[in-house]
Ligand binder design. Structure first.
Ligand SMILES: C[S@@+](CC[C@H](N)C(=O)[O-])C[C@H]1O[C@@H](n2cnc3c(N)ncnc32)[C@H](O)[C@@H]1O
Length: 244
């Protein structure tokens, strides 16, 4: 965590930062393809079954794409607060025209837009929840449960922090060996790279409290469905039958 002022909204509403994100997306997406597919595969639907899912902090729709691709009956609500990311997404999602709608939504607000109904078939988030302070993460999980249909799943793909410096060093060692260029950059960050890094890590927390937030929100079947060093996919579902 870093304690410099929160730059998140300015960051994601900046033409320059969004252009950088889009330019560098292809490399990252090569590594993430398996995780994207897994998020889709974890949902309990048949290929043609109709359902609506919500992608929170959808950006250009990379996570939603995998779900739309996997389930021909799926329709997506893509929530984001960055006009630039939504504009880029509209181009990236041209092949899914008619099956998705962007909704402007600032995840730091408790006011959900009317365009997001209750009874959703699934909610996903990818690389966005870590931009929220902890109390808001916790509230958001409860709000997500409230918007899911009974039996509906929530899955989150996000970075996590280590709560042990030895573990953190092991993660960094393995990541650096996979990506020596990124490792070299870390030692000589420009001001812009440092700001990007700080915006990324500001509210990243360990996995355990996030699973606790899920439990407190009363999800069931909570599990870490995938993990590689500092990246995880965790989730759970709204109980299919409310407890008596
Ligand atoms: C790292 S990108 C990830 C985009 C996409 N989910 C993906 O997996 O490629 C983070 C996204 O979260 C959005 N975001 C960050 N904070 C947000 C907030 N408070 N409200 C709504 N969207 C937010 C950003 O605009 C951006 O599109």
């Amino acid at each position: 965590m870093v304690d410099t002022p929160d730059t998140n909204a300015d960051f994601w509403k900046s033409d320059k930062q969004v252009a950088h994100w889009v330019e560098t997306a292809e490399d990252r997406e090569r590594w993430r393809a398996g995780q994207r597919r897994l998020m889709a595969d974890l949902l309990p639907y048949g290929g043609e079954e109709e359902f609506t899912f919500l992608d929170l902090g959808a950006g250009t729709g990379a996570a939603a794409c995998a779900v739309l691709d996997r389930y021909r009956g799926a329709s997506a609500l893509l929530a984001d607060f960055s006009p630039q990311m939504m504009e880029q997404g509209t181009q990236a999602l041209a092949g899914f025209k008619g099956r998705y709608t962007y909704v402007e939504f600032d995840l730091s607000s408790r006011e959900w837009p009317d365009a997001i109904p209750r009874g959703l078939g699934a909610v996903i988030s990818s690389l966005s929840v870590h931009h929220l302070p902890d109390d808001r993460k916790q509230e958001l999980f409860a709000e997500i449960l409230d918007h899911l249909a009974p039996g509906g799943w929530y899955l989150n793909y996000d970075p996590v922090a280590a709560d042990d410096p030895v573990i953190e060093a092991a993660w960094q060692r393995a990541n650096d060996r996979r990506d020596p260029v990124e490792a070299a950059k870390r030692a000589h960050r420009s001001d812009e790279e440092r700001q990007r890094y700080e915006n990324h890590v500001r509210y990243i927390i360990p996995l355990a409290p996030q699973l606790e937030f899920m439990q407190k929100a009363r999800f069931e079947a909570i599990d870490v469905y995938w993990k590689h060093l500092d990246y995880v996919i965790y989730g759970g579902r709204r109980p299919a039958h409310p407890s008596a």
